[in-house]
Design a protein around this ligand. Structure first.
Ligand code: 13P
Ligand code: SF4
Length: 370
């Protein structure tokens, strides 16, 4: 495994590379009347500017609701990319983290893509610098280069394939079936999960998501003992010991589907806790329980919430639309190279829709159509 050590808690780090900086930029809590006022203002601006809001499940409740109430979407990173590409609007507001805005711009270079806070980044992206990654690729020219969506445009420009957590297994299986060897970056847990499930020959980068890396297996076992009938849902960016305890492993959309379709009444959820908002809306009768994290000592101050996703707020959307703030630009030459690996993934999932089915492990307890 190649080394990629990055200290996200460095107080001297500039910009959003430091989690303390990210937490300091999280919008302050608002009263209900203030929230309603900002939401109405943002909705009016979206309409006036003919813009659409594309949000991830990890952003705050009001942004998710605003997206759905105004004809936008709340989705996982794959669906966000497809929705933004296919929507007629020439202005996309992407509420999520930077790689999501960059992917939207790469797929729609003629659209205007704006983000509530351009400092909203991702530990996986930060931990995979384009220069180090290029050296890794140069050292292994015989391998197909497969990168996770959570990377910069420059890293994608070096890749043969981009994948998201919803289609990674199917795409690497496809490469293995063709007799290909894989160079994988940056999430080491997702890479190892794919490697173990498929038995592909993969070289792994050593990156992690600071949120999912904090889920703890010992505490999860105790929680399972407390809720013996609960179904355990785990995002594959989590450590191996946690994934091993899962009933369903999948992307955020696949976890949501598992809650909606599942016959179980209780679900232990190992991903960013903001996804609970959409889960509660779509499966109101179900009990949702947060999977345990390392607690106060963890790098993300572990609350199972991504500090960079938390930077997105209603005021940010208003500032994008009102002042043209937060526009995403991607060097056109880099975008021309990067779009190839994204298009390859989108073509693959269009031709192989079954690639997006949630992965059910071991004994299947009460999962419906998944
Ligand atoms: P999904 O593609 O599952 O939405 O994951 C994106 C992400 O950043 C998870 O941490
Ligand atoms: Fe990146 Fe993790 Fe945040 Fe997702 S939750 S954006 S992988 S740091």
């Amino acid at each position: 495994m190649t080394e990629a050590v990055y200290d996200y808690t460095r107080q001297d780090a500039t910009g959003a590379t430091c989690t303390a900086h990210a937490w300091a930029k999280v919008p302050p809590p608002l009263t209900r009347p203030q929230r309603e006022e900002l939401k109405a203002k943002a909705a009016a601006l979206l309409k006036a500017k003919n813009a659409v809001l594309v949000a991830h499940y990890y952003v705050e409740d009001d942004l998710q609701d605003l997206a759905l109430e105004t004809g936008g979407c709340v989705a996982d990173s794959l669906e966000m990319a497809r929705f933004g590409r296919d929507h007629a609007s020439q202005t996309l507001i992407v509420a999520g983290v930077r790689f999501m805005g960059e992917s939207a711009k790469i797929l729609s270079p003629d659209k205007r893509v704006l983000m509530p806070d351009l400092d909203a980044t991702c530990s996986l992206d930060l931990g995979c610098s384009p220069d180090d990654f290029a050296a890794f690729c140069d050292a292994h020219p015989d391998r197909q280069v497969v990168v996770y969506a959570n990377t910069s445009a420059a890293v994608k420009a070096r890749a043969d394939w981009m994948v998201t957590s919803s289609c990674a297994l199917a795409i690497v299986q496809h490469l293995k079936d063709q007799g290909q060897k894989v160079l994988w970056a940056p999430d080491k847990h997702l890479g190892r999960y794919i490697q173990e499930n498929i038995g592909a020959d993969m070289l792994l980068w050593n990156g992690t998501c600071i949120v999912h890396d904090e889920f703890r297996a010992t505490e999860l076992e105790l929680l399972k003992a407390e809720y013996p009938n609960a179904m355990v849902l785990v995002h594959p960016e989590s450590p191996k010991a946690v994934v091993n305890l899962a009933d369903v492993v999948g992307s955020t959309s696949q976890m949501l589907k598992a809650v909606v379709d599942g016959a179980a009444k209780e679900y232990i959820v190992a991903t960013d806790n903001q996804i609970m908002h959409r889960m509660r809306q779509l499966a109101p009768g179900k009990t949702l329980i947060e999977a345990p994290t390392a607690g106060n000592s963890a790098t993300c101050k572990s609350c199972a919430h991504c500090p960079w996703m938390a930077m997105n707020g209603l005021q940010g959307v208003i500032d994008c639309l009102g002042r043209g703030q937060g526009e995403i630009f991607v060097d056109p030459a880099v975008a021309r190279d990067a779009v190839r690996c994204i298009d390859r993934m989108l073509d693959f999932v269009a031709k192989n829709p079954s690639a997006l089915a949630p992965r059910v492990q071991g004994m299947v307890r009460g999962i419906g159509a998944a």
